[in-house]
Design a protein around this ligand. Structure first.
Ligand code: MN
Length: 493
């Protein structure tokens, strides 16, 4: 058992890290076993294996050797009484900082009896995140393994952890562009939160999954043949919709449990080397299968989603008029869609080992010179890690694009860069926008054009009676909803 797990980890890292780095990982593993000695998880496994499993998940995401060591050691401060200083001495400052960060994040509890504590903990979590993104990645891997073994816990723990997973960690994974992780976390939580619902969707959807796969397999052969004739190399596979996301979808009014209306229950995925090939593939697909009018094509390559997601989606009429969703992307986009931010760590490490952009491009890792925001973030973070100057790292690009701010009740709002307390008020409720007198951020009065930062707690001080939103606010608000509401209430402008 032990041997196979270590071998698995080694296999995932092979060719990516030096012998020296592997030695450090082994040292961490031996240390972990020693300090966790005698501790047993509810599953009956020795505690140290949990660290090893966490490290294996991280290796699967392509992360660097520092993250792997931190994964192995992530519970030694909290559960084995090791100090941060001790870790720093043995494994270096980076590993120690990540483990310390994970320990702080672990203290986040969902809606305990004390709201204020919950808010404070969430803020700590985002602060920890902003220092080193690897803290969150280790935490997500930790949570993934905990969810996979949640069956071993008692009922009330299961419920609490599953709820926390679906409310905090799954959305976090999504924001970080880690679609696969988000899907797995949600499906695992679903089992514990609503077993009846889970069973129902699983059973009722079965024949539809089966049918969609049969249709797609037929289409796959035709498309591959035509692509071959056009000298386009592609990998075609299928993506089954995760059960939790399917469950949410069938409950929408326009679907109302009619599975034939869920066109992406199984989607076809065409993966090619270059961006040009994506468009060429789209041409081939449309010459064989007509796109569905109006809902047809979404080009998320030309216009990526806010979390960086890129692909072309097209709904086409397949055999016997059945509508099928086809997703076309490059290998690099695919890697990013599955592993998000983590994929960029893999990239930056390969690059630091002297692989030029050209080689990475040939391997399908990088598309041209186009730098996505995540890659910028990673490059920028690497500088900080290199100089060890953590204080400058308070801002994280992920959070610069999407600022997480809190209401005094602990609700989290996700606002774009430059958002102000006015934007916050309208995001909470359009109604609240008519009662803005002043705003407090982290307990202090701020000007209304104050730019919110992640982790800020925002409180709107209300007027007694509703007032007309000031048209001058239009010069600094950033969200559409605020702009629309202010303009609507100032019709002469
Ligand atoms: Mn853990």
């Amino acid at each position: 058992m032990l041997k196979t797990k270590i071998n698995k980890l080694h296999g995932l890292l092979k060719g990516r890290i030096s012998d020296d780095a592997w030695q450090k990982i082994i040292t961490a593993w031996e240390f972990g076993q020693r300090v966790h000695h005698g501790q047993v998880r509810k599953t009956g496994e020795a505690y140290a294996f949990h660290g090893l499993e966490t490290a294996i998940i991280l290796a699967g995401w392509g992360l660097d050797s520092v993250s792997i060591q931190a994964g192995i050691l992530h519970d030694v401060i909290e559960d084995a009484g090791v100090t941060k200083e001790e870790l720093a001495k043995l494994f270096g400052k980076n590993v120690a900082n990540i483990v310390d960060g994970v320990t702080k994040v672990s203290k986040v509890r969902l809606r305990g009896s004390k709201e204020a504590l919950f808010v404070e903990n969430l803020r700590k979590m985002f602060m920890a995140m902003s220092k080193d993104i690897r803290v969150v990645l280790v935490k997500l891997a930790d949570r993934t393994h905990n969810m996979r073994t949640l069956y071993a816990l008692g009922n009330s723990d299961r419920l609490r952890i599953a709820k926390e997973t679906i409310e905090i960690y799954a959305p976090l994974a999504e924001r970080l562009g880690m679609g696969e992780v988000k899907g797995e976390l949600e499906d695992l939580a679903f089992i514990y939160l609503d077993l009846e619902g889970y069973k129902r969707i699983r059973n009722e959807s079965k024949p539809y999954f089966h049918r969609a796969e049969t249709v797609i397999n037929k289409m796959r052969k035709r498309i591959l043949k035509d692509m071959g004739e056009n000298k386009l190399e592609a990998k075609i596979n299928t993506r089954k919709k995760h059960l939790y996301s399917l469950w949410k979808k069938v409950q929408r009014d326009e679907i109302d449990w009619d599975f034939t209306k869920v066109h992406d229950i199984v989607a076809m995925r065409i993966i090619v080397a270059r961006v040009e090939d994506c468009y060429a593939s789209l041409g081939i697909v449309h010459s064989l299968y007509k796109p569905v009018p109006r809902v047809g094509v979404s080009d998320f390559i030309a216009q990526p989603k806010p979390n960086g997601y890129q692909s072309i989606h097209s709904k086409v009429f397949g055999p016997r008029g059945r509508i099928v969703e086809i997703q076309i992307r490059t290998f690099k986009m695919h890697e990013e869609a599955e592993h998000g931010v983590a994929a960029h760590w893999a990239y930056s490490e390969a690059k630091s080992k002297g692989m030029g952009d050209f080689i990475l491009q040939k391997k399908g890792v990088v598309a041209g010179n186009k730098m996505s925001w995540v890659k910028n973030l990673i490059d920028w973070q690497k500088d900080i890690v290199d100089t060890g100057d953590y204080l400058k790292a308070i801002k994280l690009d992920v959070l610069r694009h999407r600022n997480f701010v809190f209401s005094p009740q602990g609700d989290v709002y996700d606002l774009p860069t430059g958002a102000t307390p006015i934007d916050f008020a309208f995001a909470v409720h359009t109604h609240l926008g008519r009662y803005i007198k002043a705003a407090k951020v982290n307990g202090k009065i701020v000007p209304l054009n104050y730019q919110l930062k992640s982790g800020d707690m925002v409180e709107i001080i209300k007027t007694k009676n509703p007032i007309k939103p000031n048209k001058d606010w239009l010069t600094f608000v950033t969200t559409l909803i605020a702009k629309r509401e202010i303009a609507r209430n100032n019709p002469n402008n």
